[in-house]
Ligand binder design. Structure first.
Ligand code: SAH
Length: 347
């Protein structure tokens, strides 16, 4: 089943200053305190008890994520369609975009991500793709159609997996794409089988970033590409040990509603990939390109249709909507960064 890939032909190298690197990832990730009540462990109970608490809090987080997306995915699809991720806009675009404009921006996000990673339209080597944290499968169906590739999506939400499979069937794509419930930290796949490993806005949910990255690398074929597009906190500056308390406080409030554990920075991802000897590691900060997104989501939530759907959808959706202004504040104050990180597994 193993596929061997030559390096994509048109890899764009990022200027060195854009690839930031900070301290050792293991140190950094340990230094971040769990931001959600779900992730809290008590050090005084002894290591066995702490491990057990960590396991059960990881389970609680997984359950919370599954329930959150079980409840909110229908509403999102009704208003925003099948892509559950930010749109990519020209910086400073002040145009009030129509619904179709935002949908185009979401497709553009996929296209820009592929382009940044050097995966081009002519790419014939992309035969097998895994969509890690697939939502209702918008990326999988798009990528499968674009490259004629086979795509498997995994999500924690049974509701999403079913809807994703139903949409694939409705688009006559079931022979190419399929979706299942599985954990990104323990993927049900053999080593080295995917030419493209795609994680669009799921990394922020992962309680153990090192394990997450290792698992992405494990399933990637030699010569294959990994693309992680994710919410990060800003890079810490030299000598800085942690975020400021007000910054951490802001992130904690977002974590509670969106079922997120501790955040990390793009530099942390870069260092994790470096520690695993990945090649052609590149990252970029696309925060400016996503700036119009949350204000647009809030505007749609405040329409009559949006409000009725929100009330029908339930408390998790309502809490989610009330948390959106915090995302805008986080971007404006430079605490939240929208990052893309990509690399290639050596042949
Ligand atoms: N990538 C999709 C959905 C983003 S929403 C899109 O762009 O449309 C975040 C997704 O990550 C959800 O589908 C959620 O179930 C998934 N997710 C979060 N933690 C996960 C985990 N540990 N394993 C698998 N999927 C996970």
């Amino acid at each position: 089943m193993k596929a061997t890939l030559a390096p994509p032909s048109s890899l764009i190298s990022l200027p060195r200053h854009k690839v930031s690197s900070l301290r050792s990832p293991s140190l950094l990730l340990q230094s971040q305190r769990p931001s959600s009540a779900l992730m809290t462990t008590t050090a005084t109970r002894g290591s066995v008890a702490v491990t057990a608490a960590a396991t059960s809090s990881a389970e609680a987080l997984r359950e919370g994520i599954a329930e959150f997306y079980n409840e909110t995915s229908g509403l999102w699809e009704e208003i925003w369609g099948d892509h559950m991720h930010h749109g990519f806009y020209d910086p400073d675009s002040s145009v009030q975009l129509s619904d179709s404009g935002h949908r185009e921006a979401q497709i553009r996000m996929i296209e820009e991500s592929l382009r940044f990673a050097g995966v081009t339209e002519e790419e014939k080597k992309i035969k097998r793709v895994v969509d890690v944290g697939c939502g209702i499968g918008g990326s999988s169906r798009y990528i499968a159609s674009k490259f004629g590739a086979e795509c498997i999506g995994i999500t924690l939400s049974p509701v999403q997996a079913k809807r994703a499979n139903d949409l694939a069937a409705a688009q006559s794509l079931s022979h190419k794409v399929s979706f299942q419930v599985a954990d990104a930290l323990d993927q049900p796949f053999e080593d080295g089988i995917f030419d493209l490993v795609w994680s669009m806005e799921s990394g922020e949910h992962m309680p153990d970033k090192a394990k997450f990255v290792k698992e992405l690398v494990r399933v990637t074929a030699p010569g294959g590409r990994i693309i992680i597009v994710t919410w990060c906190h800003r890079n810490l500056s030299q000598g800085e040990e942690s975020l400021q308390p007000w910054e951490q406080n802001l992130l904690d409030r977002i974590c509670k509603t969106f079922y997120l554990p501790a955040w990390c920075s793009t530099s942390d991802y870069v260092e994790l990939l470096q520690s695993l000897s990945l090649q052609d590691i590149k990252c970029a900060d696309w925060s400016e390109n996503v700036a119009p997104f949350w204000p647009a989501v809030i505007r749609t939530a405040l329409t009559w249709k949006g409000l009725v759907s929100l009330l029908r959808s339930g408390m998790k959706s309502i809490k989610g909507a009330l948390t959106m202004p915090l995302m805008i504040e986080g971007y404006k104050k430079g605490v939240i960064k929208f990052g893309i990180i990509t690399c290639q597994k050596p042949l």
